[in-house]
Design a protein around this ligand. Structure first.
Ligand code: HEM
Length: 257
């Protein structure tokens, strides 16, 4: 406001062009609460898409080591020979990383905006009609999922968190043996429990996230309220049931070496 008053030209006289530099329109939009909500919703759609596809891809575990590792290799070989090996995978990784960055930044700045706009606490219940627990815990489930992903990469991609290589034939972490690494990791009960807890947190986060993204994108016609709720339930249930099934299947000996 103060800035707007300062940049206003003289009251009388001919029009004066101000030197205020125009931002790229997307950055301008991101400067508004509505823009941040769009950013959260669009990055959220990308992340939900990844989580769903990742879960479906992981179902290959039930077909055995060869199929699972073949799928991992297929991801590295996407669009070969049009592009060199792993290029598409890296592009997808950068896209995912950007989505995570935007999602977290938008969430933090929206929280800041909300706090500034409302110094007095809500006196009546907020718009928590659908997911009271899920909506109230968004920040915490988000932090749990974020920390989990870091640990998960350290466990299965970089191989230093859980030392799964110790149980491998040559005692080394085997980068190309995704199946063996998953099995060796999930055979450890505390690790299996960690994956289960993290995925329940993820499901809770997804439930409210999917519900609210319809609102943020303006797809909130009251006629489809039931659909929105059903889609949110379906997506979060699919992801949780699929992902939780893997550690349980390993511990139960259904999936193994
Ligand atoms: C129990 C469920 C899960 C299993 C069995 C699983 C398994 C795997 C495996 C085998 C890899 C590849 C490791 C490698 O060879 O580099 C991987 C990568 C990854 N996973 Fe999971 N994952 C699970 C859940 C999740 C969840 C819930 C998320 C996110 C919320 C997630 C995010 C990632 C990411 C970001 C990568 C790295 C992808 C890449 O850089 O190629 N995973 N996961």
């Amino acid at each position: 406001m103060a800035q707007a008053i300062q940049s206003r030209g003289p009251v009388t006289g001919t029009a004066v062009t101000t030197k205020k530099r125009r931002k790229f329109f997307l950055l301008d939009l991101y400067g508004t609460a509505v823009g941040k909500k769009y950013a959260m919703a669009i990055s959220g759609i990308m992340l939900v898409g990844f989580v769903l596809v990742h879960m479906v891809g992981n179902l290959k575990m039930y077909l055995g080591a060869e199929d699972f590792n073949h799928y991992a290799e297929f991801l590295r070989e996407l669009l070969v020979p049009i592009l060199p090996r792993t290029v598409v995978l890296w592009l997808l990784r950068f896209g995912l990383l950007a989505a995570v960055g935007v999602h977290i930044h938008a969430a933090m700045s929206l929280t800041r905006l909300n706090r500034k706009a409302r110094s007095v606490k809500y006196q009546s219940p907020r718009d928590y009609q659908v997911a009271t627990f899920a909506s109230r815990t968004m920040r915490w489930t988000g932090i749990i999922v974020f920390l989990f992903v870091f640990w998960h990469l350290a466990d299965l991609t970089w191989g230093f968190a859980n030392n799964v290589g110790v149980d491998a034939a040559d005692g080394e972490f085997v980068r190309g043996d995704a199946y063996g690494n998953v099995v060796r990791s999930f055979e450890r009960v505390p690790v299996a429990v960690l994956y289960i807890v993290a995925n329940i947190a993820l499901g809770t986060h997804l439930f409210h996230g999917v519900w609210s993204l319809f609102q943020s994108m303006g797809w909130n016609n009251p006629k489809f309220k039931k659909w929105r709720k059903n889609i949110a339930i379906a997506v979060s249930t699919l992801v949780v049931v699929g992902n939780v099934s893997f550690p349980i299947a390993v511990l139960a000996g259904i999936v193994g070496k």
